[in-house]
Design a protein around this ligand. Structure first.
Ligand SMILES: Cc1cc2nc3c(=O)[nH]c(=O)nc-3n(C[C@H](O)[C@H](O)[C@H](O)COP(=O)(O)OP(=O)(O)OC[C@H]3O[C@@H](n4cnc5c(N)ncnc54)[C@H](O)[C@@H]3O)c2cc1C
Length: 421
């Protein structure tokens, strides 16, 4: 039973933390809600940072989860620019800020997200080496891309994942020269596999992006603090005025680890281990969003999902669990991306090795299709490219766990919602 004397503390003011605070109030929680974040900006959404905001199409105001006044209006005690550096699970306190303020909690939510991995190569500290996670990073990168476009400059992007490709698209729109260095044989290899990865390579090549596959950056060459070139392990040197390290993100687990909470093993993406109700190994501590590794019944494995929809839904799910409601967090993972005039949504989970075929419904050549990753007839994942309003039937097919007729799956005339029933 939760009463008005209780205090719920949320560490991390990304989308997960902000949505959890919103849900606590929406569910009628009348106790204290304390939200602590090391960033100075009010909680904001990150997807525009590599898309509309980076391109100057979305305003700064449009990225925030709530209006700044919302927090006070909803009695959410917001501590911005303050890092939580310790959790005492016996005293049930968190310590934060320069003066080591202690806040008591009855329930605690860890929504500490993830941070960009750093390139561990000589030259990585040069001023022209960038990462993209925060609003301030996007603001800086926007200026960099505009200058590169103006001066016909070169951007080398380490990593052909979602962020690398979205920035490549933005950089080309600014008119910069772009080279993407990627160790795998295609971009997005680890998520989409070689079949659909190749399609994204073609899309970017058509827009003038150069790829260097099968190679890693080994050195960023600079002079007087400026980037001059990027070297790869096969001995090539690419001219560069700026470098973006887009080599993935690591879950921010240090706080949980120091507090003795159970972590998921790296083979499952690491993160703070939670059960299906997003509860950690301590019954009063929860974790959600990018930092959490939860057991997913549909795929019979633990997943750590670094996507917007998981923050949007995971924060509220954790909040409900903290309030003592029955929660089983088993949503089909979902994400989206926009690059040039290609928009896509992906539902499910099907890394290379987990599926036996990719079934295409529609015209892949025209980039208007749905791709399905299938194992023994069962749909593990689906991606709609420039085709809309199909996420619900795709997710139902995945959740049904039944084998479907793959010829019917490939046939656009067979309605998706008649399959897998
Ligand atoms: C550039 C970019 C583009 C993206 N585009 C897409 C997209 O198109 N589609 C999609 O599905 N997903 C996208 N994502 C992923 C999506 O934004 C993340 O999944 C989402 O932000 C996760 O939210 P979160 O709240 O769990 O973590 P975060 O957003 O990382 O927020 C965690 C917050 O906690 C703070 N924090 C951490 N430790 C502490 C501490 N000890 N004390 C205080 N504060 C702390 C962090 O600084 C941060 O502010 C993108 C991500 C980035 C970076």
């Amino acid at each position: 039973m939760v009463d008005a004397d209780q205090t719920f503390v949320i560490v991390g003011g990304g989308l997960t933390g902000a949505k959890a605070a919103e849900t606590l109030r929406a569910e009628g929680f009348t106790g204290r809600v304390i939200l602590i974040c090391d960033e100075r900006d009010h909680p904001y959404e990150r997807p525009p940072l590599s898309k509309g905001y980076l391109l100057g199409k979305d305003t700064r105001e449009s990225v925030f989860v709530h209006e700044p006044a919302w927090y006070a209006q909803n009695d959410v005690e917001l501590h911005l620019g303050q890092t939580v550096d310790a959790i005492d699970r016996v005293a049930k306190t968190v310590r934060f800020g320069d003066d080591g303020t202690l806040a008591h909690y009855d329930k605690l939510l860890l929504a500490t997200g993830a941070e960009p991995r750093r390139l561990d190569v000589p030259g990585t500290d040069l001023a022209g080496v960038h990462h993209l996670r925060r609003l301030a990073h996007a603001e800086r990168l926007k200026g960099v891309l505009a200058a590169l476009g103006r001066d016909n400059g070169h951007l080398v992007i380490a990593g052909g994942g979602w962020i690398g490709l979205e920035v490549a698209a933005a950089a080309r729109e600014y008119g910069a020269e772009v080279t993407v260095v990627e160790p795998e044989p295609t971009p997005l290899h680890g998520v989409l596999g070689p079949e659909l990865g190749a399609l994204f390579a073609d899309l970017h090549r058509e827009h003038g992006v150069r790829f260097h596959f099968g190679a890693r950056l080994t050195e960023i060459v600079g002079q007087d603090g400026m980037v001059l070139a990027a070297r790869t392990d096969d001995g090539e040197e690419h001219p560069a005025h700026d470098v973006l390290a887009a080599i993935g993100a690591a879950p921010r687990t240090a706080l949980a680890e120091a507090a003795g909470l159970e972590l998921a093993d790296r083979a499952h993406g690491g993160g703070v281990a939670v059960d299906a109700s997003l509860r950690t190994s301590d019954p009063d501590v929860y974790a959600a969003g990018d930092v959490a590794s939860f057991p997913h019944g549909l795929f019979d494995t633990r997943l750590r999902v670094e996507h917007w929809a998981n923050a949007l839904n995971g924060g509220p799910a954790a909040a409900r669990a903290m309030l003592g409601k029955a929660v089983s967090y088993d949503r089909v993972p979902y994400f989206f991306s926009d690059q040039y005039d290609l928009g896509m949504e992906y539902s499910g989970w099907a890394p290379p090795g987990s599926y036996d075929e990719v079934v295409i419904r529609g015209d892949a050549g025209k980039r208007e299709f749905v791709a399905f990753w299938v194992k023994e007839g069962r749909v593990l994942a689906g991606m709609n490219v420039n085709v809309w309003d199909v996420t619900e039937p795709i997710q139902k097919l995945i959740a049904s766990r039944t084998a479907v007729d793959t010829e019917a799956l490939a046939d656009p005339h067979v309605p998706l919602d008649t399959l897998g029933a």
